[in-house]
Write a protein that binds this ligand. Structure first.
Ligand code: F6P
Length: 546
């Protein structure tokens, strides 16, 4: 495939952009009472409203033509058929197989994968049931009460986010902890909360070589052995999730207590695999299956729906519209659902590690902008912190608003206030406040003359700031599964348009290599090597006596 900017439709999109850039969403809404109906879709209990985007009736057909010219339908087939679309690592990309609830046959290198997938799910179910029913006991016979997942990146962010998101479905007798940071502070404060006799450690690492995870795992192991005074205790308190059986057994975990996954599951796409073990332990297998069901429904939609109706395709293309035509470098996730507080971190890895690339599938430098700088947080808190920039700053930052129509915590007016704020912010970003409106308001407050004119420019909101509203009835496992799969496929759609491989992550390697070189120098085991003056100066500062 050629570079996206060489596709015939690209120029048409540029010309269309020049027209749309002149339009204000306020006017587009005023001119079309059906805009919401035409530019929103339901997916089960999920409502996706993209009417507050800077699009006209001509925009989506052009963007969909871009997807066609980029061969999106063919790429979807390749992905779902297990072809090695991760060409730089020679791997298939089959997280969809992990939630293939219809058991449609899927092969990798001529081998059916579903029997293995189902066998690992069964292993997870048995183990989680034993923990939840108190059948699996610690070394001294105590029931497991604290579960500590030790992992980083995809081996942390997904399971942590889902356990938080679905807390109302969780087992209240279990306390879930997630240790990721190699900063000793993290493991220290988690261990301080745990009783060694009733703590289970899940060491989650696809490679089982990740420095941060292995360091934390060894610290946890040493703590447990010291506290319980017996090496044999490790067998009842440590299990592993990995693709590396040799590494697991070298660490001292019986491979019978290892939950396997495969190289065709990318780290940031792995929460559906055995990496989801903490989710299964906390929520029970039935809820995990509902999560997989929700994702599978979205997979089937993505695989079969025409592009015009295809939610991940529409959302992915809207992202491309802003990044490549409006020059919007950043996008923000605004979560009006406290249970989803870790979603922005999760999406950040999903999107930025997938599409933060500048070399295309042909090995050439890409000529257009690729993945956005994705950030975000709790919307209501953000209103009192960073929204100023969203409303009146110089950057155009398209936003995603997420909110549940109903709360599992119906306390007083809390939820109505939360929703009112979500709705108001999306509206405010879109409509803004004109100079005439601001003037009228100031006059009403009794201002006039020079005082009014001086204050007036600060009171104007340009508006025309686009957003998608992703509202759902309630945050159930099914809804969450669909939502996450939708984001995964959206990222894939964008990778296809940009002709990049969304499934490798070579950009994380250099820092790891240099850290390995600096570590012995920092510890004084080797003299500081060849570094720039800044790095040498910083090493010297760290080595100076305390
Ligand atoms: O360094 C990046 C990365 O490889 C991510 O892609 C991955 O999710 C994370 O590290 C953890 O890797 P592992 O599961 O192998 O420990």
């Amino acid at each position: 495939m050629s570079a996206p900017s060489n596709l015939p439709v690209w120029q048409a999109l540029q010309a269309h952009y020049a027209e749309v850039a002149q339009l204000h969403l306020r006017e587009l809404f005023a001119a079309d009472p059906d805009r919401f109906t035409r530019f929103s879709r339901y997916f089960g209990d999920l409502l996706v409203d993209f009417s507050k985007h800077r699009i006209t009736d001509d925009t989506l057909p052009l963007l969909i033509e871009l997807a066609r010219q980029a061969q999106l339908p063919e790429w979807i087939d390749r992905a779902f058929n297990g072809e090695m679309i991760n060409h730089t690592e020679q791997r298939s990309v089959l997280h969809i197989a992990l939630r293939n609830r219809s058991n449609r046959p899927i092969q990798v290198k001529g081998q059916e994968v579903m029997p293995e997938v189902n066998a690992v799910l069964e292993h997870m179910r048995k183990f989680a049931d034993q923990i939840r029913r108190g059948k699996w006991r610690g070394h001294t016979g105590k029931r497991i009460r604290d579960v500590v997942n030790i992992g980083i990146g995809g081996s942390d962010l997904g399971p942590k986010m889902v356990c938080q998101a679905l807390e109302p479905f969780g087992d209240p007798t279990l306390r879930m902890h997630f240790v990721s940071n190699v900063d000793g502070a993290h493991i220290s404060y988690v261990l301080a909360e745990c009783d060694p006799e009733s703590t289970l450690f899940i060491i989650a690492s696809k490679t089982f070589t990740t420095q941060e995870t292995m360091t934390n795992a060894h610290t946890a192991r040493a703590w447990l052995v010291k506290e319980l005074g017996d090496e044999a205790a490790v067998a009842r308190h440590f299990v592993a999730v990995s693709t590396n059986a040799a590494g697991v057994s070298q660490f001292g975990i019986d491979t019978a207590n290892m939950f396997e996954f495969w190289d065709w599951v990318g780290g940031r796409y792995s929460l559906w695999s055995a990496i989801g073990l903490p989710i299964v332990v906390y929520l029970g297998m039935d809820h995990f299956i509902e999560l997989l069901d929700g994702a599978h429904a979205m997979d089937e939609h993505f695989r079969t729906a025409p592009l015009e109706e295809n939610l991940p395709a529409i959302l992915g293309l809207l992202g491309v519209w802003y990044i490549d035509f409006f020059g919007a470098a950043s996008q923000v996730t605004l979560v009006y659902d406290d249970y989803l507080r870790s979603l922005p971190d999760y999406l950040q890895q999903l999107d930025m590690e997938s599409n933060g690339k500048s070399i295309d599938r042909a090995g050439q430098a890409v000529k257009v902008n690729t993945g956005p700088i994705l950030w975000g947080g709790l919307g209501n808190n953000g209103q009192h912190a960073f929204y100023q920039l969203l409303h009146q700053g110089t950057h155009l930052v398209p936003s995603d608003f997420l909110a549940p129509a109903h709360s599992p915590n119906p306390i007083g007016d809390h939820h109505a206030i939360l929703l009112a704020n979500a709705l108001a912010q999306a509206e405010a970003l879109m409509v803004g406040k004109t100079e005439a409106q601001a003037r009228a308001e100031l006059e009403k407050q009794g201002l006039s003359g020079e005082a009014l004119e001086k204050l007036l420019p600060y009171k104007v909101f340009p508006g025309n700031r686009p957003s998608t509203s992703l509202f759902y009835r309630r945050l159930t496992p099914q809804v969450l599964g669909s939502l996450l799969a939708m984001y995964e496929h959206k990222v894939f759609v964008q990778g296809v348009v940009w002709n990049i491989n969304s499934f490798d992550q070579w950009g994380v390697e250099l820092g790891k290599q240099l850290a390995n070189a600096i570590l012995p120098e920092l510890k004084g085991e080797r003299p500081a090597g060849e570094h720039d003056a800044s790095t040498l100066g910083l090493i010297a500062f760290c080595q100076a006596p305390d």
